[in-house]
Design a protein around this ligand. Structure first.
Ligand code: ATP
Length: 302
């Protein structure tokens, strides 16, 4: 029990620091809190003989049915969206800036609710699920990674408080963060955050990925997961993310088409509506908007 309580105490005080610093938006703080509380409940129910961690879970199905949503109800950013993601599949959402991609993730996390239509997880409307139970199933790699003023190890452990050092290290390895951590003065004990070591954008992103991998979710939500990485690290991290995603249903939002090209389905969102959908090769053959975006990126890269 002590082993479980101590990291939670540390995280609790780090969380208070964090709230005070107000550098995190309230919804993100809420997600983090849910994650900590959720994981505490799960680790607490593991009997002593069992390996700590959570029971293995099946990936979830996700369904959007006629979803319309606007931050201002007068100005919808998602318009009558129908989308079905089968368990264990990876769906990628691309499209111009402001087309509503990240809003889909926020709706799934129930940070906001649609004005019309509904969202189902494993056939259950998400607004019927307890918020904690819903968010416990999900891991989010956000565009901005919240950082606690705590050791890098505790920061990774936020994905699953109570996780053993072995799992923390293997998550860091998978996220290609381990080598950097080893080179820091106190290794996994190195303090990061406001008064600690300043992480680069790419390191923060890898931290977020390590957290998510440690969490073993049924739904993995990736919001521009590799935007800050160079293309070599991106390729390495993508291999790991694909392996991690094999056990969950994944929704990835990205501008870089290299991140999405292997998805089981690609959705091109324009003005909150599905403009095109299909596999990478089919969309290229169709020679529409996706093909145009692809050509622009290839030209931009050369
Ligand atoms: P990007 O690729 O630039 O991240 P996106 O496709 O993910 O864009 P969203 O973040 O889903 O777009 O935003 C869709 C629209 O909703 C945008 O016009 C954005 O300005 C607006 N918006 C996003 N968040 C809020 C908010 N909290 N309040 C009001 N409007 C918002």
């Amino acid at each position: 029990l002590l082993q479980m309580v101590r990291p939670l105490e540390v995280l609790g005080s780090a969380m208070r620091d964090l709230s005070r610093s107000l550098r995190l938006s309230q919804p993100l703080l809420e997600i983090l809190r849910e994650e900590i509380e959720g994981a505490a409940i799960l680790t607490a129910t593991v009997s002593p003989g069992q390996p700590s961690g959570r029971p293995s879970r099946q990936p979830s199905t996700i369904r959007f049915e006629g979803v319309t949503f606007g931050y201002d109800p007068e100005r919808p950013v998602i318009r009558g969206l129908d989308l079905h993601v089968e368990a264990g599949r990876t769906i990628a959402v691309v499209g111009p800036s402001g087309s509503g991609k990240s809003s889909l993730i926020r709706l799934l996390l129930r940070l906001y609710s649609p004005q019309a239509g509904r969202i189902l997880l494993d056939g259950n409307p998400i607004d019927m699920l307890a918020l904690g139970a819903l968010r416990r199933q999900m891991a989010l790699v956000p565009q901005d990674t919240p950082l606690l003023h705590a050791s890098i190890g505790s920061n990774i452990a936020l994905g699953r408080p109570g996780a053993g050092m072995d799992s923390i290290v293997s998550a860091a390895k998978a996220a290609r963060l381990h080598e950097a951590i080893e080179s820091w003065p106190d290794g996994y004990g190195t303090m990061v955050g406001e008064r600690g070591l300043k992480l680069s954008g790419g390191e923060r992103q890898r931290l977020a990925i390590a957290r998510a991998l440690l969490r073993r979710p049924t739904v993995l939500l990736l919001d521009e997961p590799t935007s800050m990485l160079d293309s070599k690290t991106e390729a390495e991290v993508l291999v790991e993310l694909r392996q991690a995603a094999a056990g969950c249903t994944t929704l990835v939002v990205a501008h870089r088409l290299s991140t999405v090209m292997r998805a089981d389905e690609i959705i091109v969102l324009v003005d909150g509506r599905i403009h095109e959908r299909g596999l990478h090769a089919d969309l290229l053959a169709r020679d529409g908007r996706y093909a145009r975006m692809w050509r622009q990126q290839i030209d931009g890269a050369s």
